[in-house]
Design a protein around this ligand. Structure first.
Ligand SMILES: [Zn+2]
Ligand SMILES: [Zn+2]
Length: 358
């Protein structure tokens, strides 16, 4: 990436916040500073897509299409550098690692190392390839668009013993089953039903043999919310319910939420509206309003630094076998849409950077 940016005459910083790369293209006037972000990490999955550029790294594939984000942003950088003499402001190209990581992720370290400062970014845009939307559709939404993903671990400490004599024990497996059922009541009974909310327990760990009641059980789960008030309330309620159920059956419990979880991704309404108008001018695409989704994104952290929007490019094309969703081992992108993504990034950067610019 650094090489390609260099070749386009763009100033480059490497090793920013780990393996991040920052390119800066300075225009010829006094316009705004626009940042475009592409995440670039892959997922721990064996690729089963039948493509000639299938991953050559065993057990690692670009199942979320972040490779296409990199390609589209490099394309936009090339176009913008060619039009530098008409560019009034500055465009920053942020290539970010570790989006799929969660927790600290890759955006936070890059922000800490100053990618949103000197010059200070006025607008920030991020594009995601979307295995849920038809090829060529570009979808926007103002306000909250993606969830805060809050991972949690419940540790249930009972007292083990013989499977034939449960009355002498505090059975953490039985209690874990009660906790799994009870926390769903947070969703149904304690959260405003018009607020999107989901709670899933995705991992249960306990025991070694059928006739041994173990000492401990561990549950791992995730909560997804689209606003901070619901987020705080649901975390408190899950903790209360899990601990309460454990106490009722005589076990001790700790409930820990991941520190530093990604915030809700909230798009700026005005910037989103303006972006939709701009992107509508790209021939061959269809601009729509996207529904919210409960995945997490650390692009949310950039949106805490500057207004902007996170938007989506559809890639579903049954004719080409591009029908699998993001994170599937068969995820395959309709490459003919990449030009639209590239055009949208370049056009947004150009129009926003030239705002009031001379
Ligand atoms: Zn992903
Ligand atoms: Zn992704």
């Amino acid at each position: 990436m650094a090489e390609k940016l260099n070749a386009s005459g763009i100033e480059v910083r490497t090793r920013v916040g780990g393996t991040g790369v920052l390119g800066t293209l300075r225009g010829t006037g006094s316009g705004k500073v626009v940042a475009l972000r592409a995440d670039m990490d892959a997922l721990p999955l064996e690729e089963l897509a039948e493509v000639d550029f299938r991953s050559s790294a065993k057990g690692v594939m670009h199942a979320c299409g972040h490779d296409t984000h990199v390609a589209m942003l490099l394309g936009a950088a090339k176009i913008l550098s060619k039009h530098r003499k008409n560019l009034r402001g500055t465009v920053k190209f942020i290539f970010q690692p570790a989006e799929e990581h969660g927790g600290r992720g890759g955006a936070k370290p890059m922000i800490e190392e100053g990618v949103m400062k000197d010059p200070k970014v006025d607008y920030v845009f991020g594009l995601h390839i979307d295995g849920d939307e038809k090829s060529g559709v570009i979808a926007f939404r103002g306000g909250p668009i993606m969830a805060a993903p809050d991972r949690f671990v419940v540790r249930i400490v009972g007292r083990g013993g013989h499977g034939s004599a449960p009355h002498q024990t505090v059975d953490p497996v039985y209690i874990a089953a009660q906790v799994i059922t009870a926390v769903q009541g947070v969703s149904g009974r304690m959260i405003d039903p018009v607020q999107p909310f989901v709670i899933s327990i995705g991992a249960v760990h306990s025991g070694t043999k059928e006739n041994i009641i173990p000492d401990e059980a561990i549950l791992e789960g995730t909560i997804r919310t689209l606003d901070e008030a619901t987020r705080n309330r649901s975390k408190a309620k899950v903790t209360e319910v899990a601990k309460g159920v454990c106490k009722a059956f005589g076990a001790k419990a700790t409930v820990e939420f991941e520190k530093d979880a990604y915030p809700v991704t909230v798009n700026d309404d005005a910037a989103t509206e303006k972006a939709m108008k701009i992107v509508k001018t790209i021939r061959g695409t269809k601009v729509t309003v996207r529904k919210q989704l409960l995945g997490g994104e650390d692009f949310s952290r950039f949106l805490h630094e500057a207004p902007g929007t996170f938007y989506f490019l559809g890639t579903v094309n049954p004719r080409k076998g591009c029908v699998y969703p993001n994170h599937s081992s068969k995820f395959k992108v309709d490459e003919d849409v990449l030009k639209y993504g590239t055009a949208s990034l370049a056009t947004l950067a150009f129009e926003f950077a030239n705002e009031n610019g001379r």
